[in-house]
Ligand binder design. Structure first.
Ligand code: NAD
Ligand code: ZN
Length: 555
């Protein structure tokens, strides 16, 4: 396994250097103190750099030194300065490319450790120590909360802390080992970090994922989608190898099982297996299994940790990202649920090998939506891939590679990170969906969701007919959908097409209606979504009229 750097982060006094040095010795890896490396490169001591050039100049030196270390010293164990990851972009880049362990300590502990050695710590100069530390903790809360590995040092011996850091970091190192490009995606939200590891064989590292998160061997509750039984076997075997006691529950295939009844069954099975409140629920399967298992995890014992292994394309790029969980009610889809972000998500492209084309296609519709939200480069990338056949997806040299999966996941992750609880930006993920929901509703939900989204994307572009960017996008989008065998018109999507009037009426009942006004997500161009109230029903009607049968203009 080729290494990625192991970085120690945390407040001054948390023990980064002392712990880092010993972790390096224990793992037989070289140790780097980033402050010392900066001082050596600059020729001045850190306080002198602060005094003479100011903090901003120091941060630039620090960022350059950190990037150098990430690029050139993958084997190093590195103690960071307390402010090294303050810059959000550098923080995101670093967490994508390195194992980062955050060491925590209470202010009392920090004061005790620091009061004897405050000299030489420029950030503390001239301030009253406890107040200054408390303030820094608040200001830097996001920085220190970002690494998924959090280790407490209060009241513990250094050997004890070193052992935990070495063990969890090594487990995460193995996860990086299977990740394509040796990179993970890290979704940072108000609800904390969610690391996503994407790579061949990721499922076999489920035990490593739990170890990195700090779960000792013990009971785990694993819910396996019937359609992904083979991968459930692999997952359970990996967990057993890591010493966990697996309670396995089988999840019957299909949206009709996304019910409060199934939810209650999962609660009971977990209770019968005496799963304690600090033990994880794990879902192996499609979006239905993930949504219900996630909701069960959100509510069992008032909330237990949740780890997700999505096994459909849609679950990988969409449902497993962002922490929404739900069940359906007779009154409507996803009407009861909770926000409950997974502690980790493992994406293993191998799990798509058994997926029927018809289901893969449903996920592709969301992939087109993500590309439209991202921009022209993403759309062009998809188009370039259509030189191969849709059926070749996972063949050697097929169109669906890790890079494409990663970029599509990243679109959703970026939007969710900016707006976890859907106050604004997250709404853009509904592109095409207000139209799609109307079609699903009129069709009694027999139509596939991806089929409905495909038609919905076309309808959203037709709604803006005459807008040059939309007019230019429509043939491109239609071609992509066509290539995948997805419908671009109502007539292709269902044998019993509803009328435009019926579809417009169904849109009035969409849950995106606010204060009586229907809001649509539309495009000013690829990568430029806008939310706009739909005030004229005639325009909606016209959009549906034009989407009833295939568009005339075909390239
Ligand atoms: N939480 C969210 O943010 C979010 C976002 C989008 C969609 N969703 C939800 O996701 C659900 C749709 O998810 P989906 O498209 O994955 O459908 P799904 O979960 O119903 O899976 C589709 C079918 O594929 C089978 N399957 C799963 N993995 C397989 C594999 N590897 N090989 C062969 N068959 C396999 C399943 O058993 C099922 O029959 C909907 O309920 C939707 O509401 C949630
Ligand atoms: Zn969707």
């Amino acid at each position: 396994v080729s290494a990625v750097p192991l970085l120690l982060s945390g407040m001054m006094g948390a023990g980064k250097s002392a712990v880092g040095r010993r972790v390096a010795t224990r793992l037989g890896r070289p140790f780097v103190d980033l402050d010392e490396a900066i001082a050596a490169a600059d020729g001045r001591a850190i306080p002198a750099i602060f005094d003479e050039d100011g903090e901003a100049a120091f941060r630039r030196l620090e960022a350059a030194e950190l990037r150098r270390t990430l690029d050139l010293r993958p084997e190093a164990v590195v103690a960071l300065g307390g402010g090294a990851l303050l810059d959000p972009r550098l923080r995101a880049e670093t967490l994508e490319r390195a194992v980062v362990v955050n060491l925590n300590a209470s202010t009392d502990t920090l004061v005790r450790r620091l009061s004897s050695e405050a000299a030489g710590r420029p950030m503390l100069a001239g301030e009253e120590l406890p107040a200054r530390l408390a303030e820094l903790r608040v200001v830097r809360r996001q920085t220190y909360a970002a690494p998924p590995i959090q280790v407490s040092t209060d009241g513990r011996t250094i050997d004890d802390v070193v052992a935990e850091v070495a063990q969890r970091a090594t487990a995460e190192q193995r996860l990086f080992g299977c990740a394509s490009d040796r990179r993970r995606l890290l979704l940072l939200t108000d609800a904390g970090p969610c690391p996503l590891f994407l790579g061949e064989g990721a499922i076999d590292h489920l035990g490593d994922a739990l170890e990195a998160l700090g779960f000792a061997p013990g009971p785990v509750f694993v819910v396996v989608d019937e359609g992904a039984a083979a991968f459930g076997e692999q997952a359970c075997a990996a967990l057993q190898r890591a010493g966990h006691e697996v309670t396995r529950s089988s999840f019957p295939s299909g949206e009709q099982h996304k019910t409060p009844g199934t939810l209650a069954r999962l609660w009971s099975e977990a209770a019968q297996a005496r799963i304690a409140r600090d033990r994880p629920f794990i879902s192996i399967g499609g979006g239905v299994c993930g949504d219900v298992t996630g909701f069960a995890a959100a509510t069992y014992q008032r909330g237990v940790p949740f780890v997700q292994v999505p096994t459909t394309l849609l679950a990988m790029i969409d449902a497993s990202v962002g922490g929404k969980t739900a069940v359906d009610l007779p009154e409507g889809k996803n009407l009861a649920g909770a926000f409950h972000q997974p502690a980790a998500v493992l994406l293993d492209k191998r799990s798509l090998t058994t997926l029927p084309q018809a289901i893969l296609r449903q996920g592709f519709a969301e992939m087109v939506k993500h590309a439209l939200l991202e921009g022209d480069a993403a759309l062009s990338d998809l188009e370039r891939r259509t030189t191969r056949s849709f059926a070749s997806a996972l063949d050697d040299g097929g169109w669906l590679d890790d890079a494409l999966l990663r970029s599509s996941v990243a679109v959703k992750a970026r939007i969710v990170a900016a707006d976890y609880r859907e106050g604004g930006l997250r709404r853009v993920l509904n592109l095409g969906h207000t139209f799609a929901h109307a079609l699903e509703l009129c069709d009694g939900f027999n139509i596939g969701h991806g089929d409905a989204v495909a038609v919905g994307l076309c309808a959203a572009l037709q709604y803006r007919r005459g807008h040059p960017a939309c007019d230019a996008l429509l043939p491109r989008v239609s071609r992509l959908l066509d290539w995948a065998g997805l419908p671009t018109s109502v007539a292709e999507a269902t044998d019993d097409p509803p009328s435009p009037a019926a579809l417009v009426a169904a849109m009035g009942g969409d849950k995106k209606v606010k204060d009586g006004t229907l809001h649509l997500v539309l495009l000013d161009g690829a990568g430029a979504p806008v939310v706009e109230p739909a005030t004229e029903p005639e325009r909606l009607n016209a959009a549906w009229e034009r989407t009833m049968t295939r568009a005339k203009e075909r390239p």
